[in-house]
Design a protein around this ligand. Structure first.
Ligand code: SAM
Length: 235
């Protein structure tokens, strides 16, 4: 099956703003979404307590920036998303919570121009699983590394695979059971079908190794539960 194009992904999210404007309903299909959000933002604060600038990629309606602002109030926020309606919502919500600068950029994180060495914290919530081949993953991780200031951190919460097919099948079966317990067999099928069509996640091991390869000094695993993980790296 061919994977969704960037245009198809953008259109799907254009029509899903309200669902992503509430941490509870937006993240119901994500195991441990709240725990991961707490861990990533608190770890970011402890790594960079004097942080001044945040880049939120695939910001959706702004949940990650909003949580980060509860940890460090004085952050200039740069919000990037493919979807204009998502960005508009994120701008509105984030601006209510800070007097600092809130900059929005509509575009593909792989293509937009941002200044190197300019961010203390980069948050990537449920977005990198849209990257496709090795080249795509490598160039994006390399770009995110270059955008960070020395000592800055990249924190990721995302869908992940396992390295071993038999274990991978097991974690995704468990995820299916989790979805079915929330809203029945049709919901399980709906979510797993769109993951199949739209997403191309990689294992946490692959991503941690890639972080080291592009130059990050340290990597950190904060949480993992079946096919969801929260982890990051420090430049
Ligand atoms: C699952 S939502 C997560 C939103 C938010 N981070 C959260 O967790 O609430 C993924 C978001 O990433 C955006 N997105 C997907 N691929 C992207 C890309 N290549 N560049 C920028 N944004 C992207 C989508 O438009 C969507 O709003």
């Amino acid at each position: 099956m061919s994977k969704s194009t960037v245009k198809e992904i953008r259109e799907r999210f254009d029509n899903d703003v309200e669902r992503f404007s509430n941490l509870d309903t937006g993240q119901v299909a994500t195991i441990d979404a709240k725990i991961s959000l707490e861990l990533l933002t608190e770890a970011s604060k402890r790594i960079k307590p004097d942080a001044e600038s945040l880049l939120d990629i695939g910001c959706g309606a702004g949940n990650y920036s909003l949580k980060m602002l509860t940890k460090i109030a004085n952050l200039n926020c740069t919000l990037v998303d493919l979807s204009k309606p998502m960005l508009d919502k994120a701008k509105e919500r984030v601006s209510e919570k800070t007097k600092n600068q809130v900059t929005t950029i509509q575009g593909d994180i792989r293509e937009i121009d941002l200044k190197e060495n300019s961010f203390d914290i980069i948050l990537a919530g449920a977005v990198l699983h849209h990257l496709r081949d090795d080249q795509d993953w490598e160039s994006t991780f390399d770009k995110l590394f270059r955008l960070l200031k020395p000592g800055g951190c990249l924190m990721i919460s995302d869908l992940i695979t396992q390295e071993t097919p038999a274990v991978n099948d097991y974690t995704w079966e468990r995820y299916g059971d989790y979805l079915e317990a929330i809203d029945g067999k049709a919901y399980r099928k709906k979510v797993l079908d769109y993951v199949e069509k739209e997403d191309s996640p990689r294992s946490m091991t692959y991503q941690l190794e890639l972080m080291k390869k592009v130059g990050f000094k340290q990597t950190e695993i904060l949480h993992k539960n079946m096919c969801f993980g929260a982890f990051g790296a420090i430049k």
